[in-house]
Design a protein around this ligand. Structure first.
Ligand SMILES: [Zn+2]
Length: 219
C-alpha cells in the first residue's frame, strides 16, 4: 500500500531513492518524515521538504525522526542527557526543536534497516549545494541534527507561546513520535562519519610507538 505523500517527498527521477530501497522502507520513511514535517513552522517546513526531495532524487532515503518538541518533552530528554542515558539535548527553550525549527534525520542504508555510512555528510553537502539555511550539528557531535539558522534562539524565546498556539490551531499533536528508527551508538556514528580521521589517528599513533621503540633500542 502506498503511503500518502502530501508534500511530494517521493520526488521521482532518474536516480530516485525508490529504485534503491525496498518499497516498505520508502513508505515508512515518507510517512514518518511527513509527520515530522507537519510540526515544523512554515519556513523550516519548506526547507525540510526541499532537502528531502533533493536527497530522494539523488537516490538517498532520509528518515526524519524528530521535529517539533514541547518544553515538557525537551525537559525529559535533557534530564536523560544529564544522567548519561540519552543523546545530547539542550534545556527546554534553548532548543530549536521547541519552535519547530529543527529536525533530526538519518540516511537509511539500502536495506532500509540502519544508517548509511557517510550518509549524513552527503546530506550536509546537498544542503550546502542548495544553499538551504540549515546548519548541521556535525560540528558539535550531534550529526543527526539540522536547524533553521535564520533567526537566533534568543529571538524565538520571546515568541514561543505564539508558536505553540499556532501549532495547536493546526490540530497537530506533538510528542506522539515514539519510533526513533534505526540508531547507532556514539562510537559507531563517529566511525561512520569520521572514518578518515579515525584511521589517520590510528596510523599516527602506530608511527609514534615505532619511533619510541626504535629510540629505546638505539640507546
Ligand atoms: Zn535535534
Amino acid at each position: 500500500m502506498a503511503a500518502t505523500d502530501p508534500y511530494g517527498l517521493k520526488n521521482s527521477g532518474f536516480m530516485s531513492a525508490e529504485n534503491y530501497y525496498p518499497e516498505e522502507a520508502v513508505n515508512r520513511a515518507v510517512s514518518m518524515s511527513t509527520y515530522v514535517i507537519q510540526g515544523l513552522d512554515q519556513q523550516t517546513r519548506e526547507m525540510a521538504i526541499e532537502l528531502y526531495r533533493d536527497m530522494f532524487y539523488l537516490g538517498y532515503l532520509l528518515y526524519m525522526f524528530s521535529g517539533y518538541r514541547s518544553f515538557d518533552k525537551q525537559l525529559a530528554l535533557y534530564e536523560q542527557y544529564k544522567q548519561g542515558t540519552g543523546n545530547i539535548a539542550a534545556p527546554p527553550g534553548d532548543s530549536m526543536h521547541n519552535y519547530g525549527r529543527a529536525i533530526d534525520l538519518m540516511v537509511l542504508d539500502f536495506s532500509g534497516e540502519g544508517q548509511l555510512p557517510g550518509g549524513l555528510k552527503k546530506v550536509n553537502q546537498a544542503n550546502e549545494n542548495l544553499n538551504i539555511p540549515f546548519k548541521w550539528g556535525g560540528s558539535f557531535n550531534d550529526p543527526n541534527h539540522y536547524w533553521n539558522d535564520t533567526v537566533p534562539v534568543s529571538e524565538l524565546k520571546k515568541n514561543s507561546i505564539e508558536y505553540v498556539e499556532w501549532l495547536e490551531e493546526t490540530g497537530w499533536q506533538p510528542d506522539i513520535v515514539l519510533d526513533d528508527g534505526p540508531k547507532l551508538s556514539g562510537l559507531a556514528l563517529f566511525w561512520n562519519e569520521q572514518k578518515e580521521v579515525a584511521i589517520t589517528m590510528v596510523i599516527g599513533l602506530a608511527v609514534l610507538i615505532m619511533i619510541f621503540i626504535a629510540s629505546i633500542y638505539n640507546d
